[in-house]
Design a protein around this ligand. Structure first.
Ligand code: NAP
Length: 448
């Protein structure tokens, strides 16, 4: 597969200009949109509702459109991208320097998580193909049937040159033994798998570029000014509940830690519990279902186990029952579970353990410095949201916490209507962040 990508797919893609490749992305997005109902049918089998599927399927196609238009607007109709201005190196100006970008001549290996089988593939393919690199896509086995269907649509569209994309369903065999310095591995999934793969001897020996998006203990913070009764308080409660229930909380950006001034924590708990109680959990196909099932029974068991770890570390369940009966016998359903940690500095688990499901922990902070320190205790996360109507609070918070977060979102009464919310990765913004080193460290310690 690597040989086919390097010798057939790569050269064919490199013959095209950025604009030609960008037009290809648009055509792929159109092909997916034209057959999206086939994908929605399979989406239900992952436990996801139609609304959840919209993020994955149409969100994925939207990412292709977005990269396509950026490619045509911001990149030249050429094969090489200039990096910065000409650097004068001589008095007479006959000798100059220019940095340029050209495509790597290897393959991009995309290893994806189970939670976004379509978007997860397309958010990586869009920049890869635009850059002129062929890709090998390896979806997570649990939802690979949906990735395969979207992949098949792209192949059948006839838009891509031979060898531009290939798919592995199942294990990767000895693929890693054949990687080289022109290849890139782009991984999404758990910190433990990331660590295992990034320390593969061939990846280290050949300096294979390795990018990982892994466990992330994202936080949302209620500003010190956002007392109960303010619009920001209500927006915060709504956002935390939404993030817990969309995709049954199986989102890399979901809010795992919700922080509020100590005086407001009881009110936050009450409002959140009321909202969560109104979420109907059940058949993802039913119109009145607010939250579907987790992707599999083993994922549900994993989430239950992580909840138990949080409880053992002192957090208390204040809403939801992880052992409640499934609304459909044999299904991987779980009601949203809200925990509360009154002394978040005494419980490292609430900052290190990621229950990848409809679970969040509320915790108090004492003052702005404490809120910043708690947010940063996540050891680097993909997304953080701050609910405040105070410009001073926003400035202080961002100044103190930006280095630890990939994307920071400030929400107040003026921008909430147009905001896409805490958890939506936006193709025009960077999606990623300083890796969740705590989780990796913890895993390494337990492996040792
Ligand atoms: P995972 O078990 O780490 O698997 C991620 C991907 O790596 C899958 O495609 C998996 O394939 C593959 N993989 C596993 N072992 C491999 C190996 N030795 N060589 C090559 N590929 C290998 O993660 P997951 O099951 O998809 O998700 C579980 C956890 O990932 C979640 O609980 C959550 O903590 C985290 N997650 C994080 C994000 C994020 O963006 N931060 C997103 C999603 C998930 P198989 O499925 O075939 O094993």
């Amino acid at each position: 597969m690597l040989k086919h990508a390097r010798e057939v797919g790569g050269p064919a893609l490199r013959k095209l200009t950025f604009h030609e490749r960008a037009r290809m992305l648009k055509a792929l997005g159109q092909a997916i949109m034209a057959r999206k109902e086939e994908l929605y049918e399979l989406n239900y089998l992952t436990g996801a509702t139609r609304k959840d599927g919209w993020i994955d399927i149409e969100g994925g196609a939207g990412t292709l459109f977005s990269f396509s238009s950026k490619g045509r607007r911001e990149l030249p109709d050429a094969h090489v991208l200039m990096d910065g201005a000409l650097e004068p190196l001589s008095k007479e100006g006959t000798f100059v320097g220019q940095h340029i970008y050209t495509p790597l001549q290897g393959a991009a290996l995309h290893i994806n998580a189970f939670n976004f089988p379509v978007w997860g593939m397309l958010e990586k393919l869009a920049p890869t193909l635009l850059a002129g690199m062929p890709a090998i896509v390896k979806p997570a086995s649990a939802t690979s049937y949906l990735t395969e269907a979207a992949f098949r649509i792209m192949i059948e569209s006839g838009v891509l040159p031979t060898g531009a994309v290939q798919l592995i369903v199942g294990g990767v065999g000895d693929l890693f033994d054949h990687l080289g310095g022109q290849d890139v591995v782009s991984f999404t999934g758990s910190a433990s798998t990331a660590l295992k793969l990034r320390t593969h001897p061939v990846v280290m020996r050949e300096s294979v570029r390795f990018i990982a998006e892994q466990d992330s203990l994202n936080a949302s913070v209620l500003g010190p000014d956002a007392a109960p009764g303010t619009p920001e308080f209500d927006l915060f409660v709504r956002e935390v509940a939404t993030e817990m229930t969309v995709k049954a909380g199986q989102k890399c950006t979901a809010i795992r830690r919700a922080m509020a001034p100590a005086d407001y924590l009881d009110a936050v708990q009450e409002a959140l519990a009321e909202r969560l109680a109104g979420t109907k959990v059940g058949d993802p196909r039913a119109d009145d279902t607010g939250m579907g099932a987790l992707v599999s029974l083993s994922q549900r068991d994993d989430v239950r186990q992580k909840i138990a770890e949080l409880e053992a570390a002192g957090a208390k369940i204040v809403s939801g029952d992880p052992s409640a009966d499934s609304p459909i016998a044999g299904g991987a359903f779980l009601s949203p579970v809200l925990l509360r940690a009154d002394d978040p500095w005494k419980s490292s688990a609430v900052h290190d353990v990621e229950p990848f499901g409809p679970v969040s922990t509320i915790m108090p902070y004492k003052n702005m410095d404490d809120a910043i320190a708690l947010a940063n205790r996540g050891m680097g996360s993909l997304a953080l949201s701050l609910f405040t109507h105070s410009a001073d609070a926003a400035r202080d918070f961002i100044g103190g916490a930006a280095a630890y977060h990939g994307r920071m979102l400030v929400i107040d009464r003026t921008n909430s209507k147009e905001s896409t919310g805490h958890g939506s990765p936006l193709p025009v913004l960077v999606h990623g962040g300083p890796a969740a080193r705590a989780a990796a460290k913890k895993w390494a310690a337990s492996a040792a």
